[in-house]
Ligand binder design. Sequence first.
Ligand SMILES: Nc1ncnc2c1ncn2[C@@H]1O[C@H](COP(=O)(O)OP(=O)(O)OP(=O)(O)O)[C@@H](O)[C@H]1O
Length: 275
Amino acid sequence: MSRLEIRNLWKEYGQQIVLENISLTIAPRAFVALVGPSGCGKTTFLRLLLGQEVPTRGEILLDGQPLPREPGPDRGVVYQRYSVFPHMTVLGNVMAGPEMKTARFLGRRFGAARRAIAEEARAMLAEVGLAGAEDKYPAQLSGGMQQRLALAQALMMKPRVLLLDEPFGALDPGIRSDIHRLMQRLWNETPMTVVMVTHDLKEAFTLATRIIAFERRRDRPEERDRYGASVGSDIAVWPPRSAGGPTIWTSDYLPDRDDPILWGPTTGTTRPQGA
Ligand SMILES: Nc1ncnc2c1ncn2[C@@H]1O[C@H](COP(=O)(O)OP(=O)(O)OP(=O)(O)O)[C@@H](O)[C@H]1O
């Protein structure tokens, strides 16, 4: 499973306090959207979860274990841009992670092992709608296709936690709604917890089970460095949705009282602690 516990987390850069005493429990398979004003520390929080930054104080546990202090295959990440290797083909991009993971010294597998990875990579590309693009290079793909590729690349490593930093922010609205559908399906089918930074509240409500807003309680210019952001609001999305449940796309979908979707991990109007 993939439960995240953030306990009394602080992050400071020199004199500047960026994050202040954040405590959260994120249930396995939740889809959390993280919102908040520019500069309040959303990306910093994601980098802490990824292991690219170390907390100044506090701790982060993944399934009860302290998070390794470096990025690892249990955490995947997709950024708004530049998540993929530009000099590798589409297929090469999706194979790179598993090859490096299993062949640490040469970074390449040969023979049957390589064929198995290639087969899995092709299936993953088909899953994200990139069948037929295997031999192209990222620069030959549209923005939406590059983000599909970035998702495929991250998911090939079977992460327990997928971190998304405004992954769809640069896409046109039509492409964005297509990729939202894809994202919803991938989250439904893959046993992972998702934490997504977004500036787009509509996107947050479309995809997430829970929306967490960071805010600085004191935000006068002279106070900015001395007070970091913490959790300002924490909203369970209604109607509730859960991974593995029916895909909810239209606002006219309202679950029945006895609908099993109401009994998923993030259910109810009053969410149990930690859901
Ligand atoms: N490596 C670093 N060294 C020093 N300061 C940093 C570093 N990384 C981030 N900061 C500072 O931390 C604060 C929060 O930055 P962060 O990028 O996390 O905000 P954000 O909420 O993601 O912003 P945006 O929505 O604009 O992307 C900023 O004041 C930034 O300058």
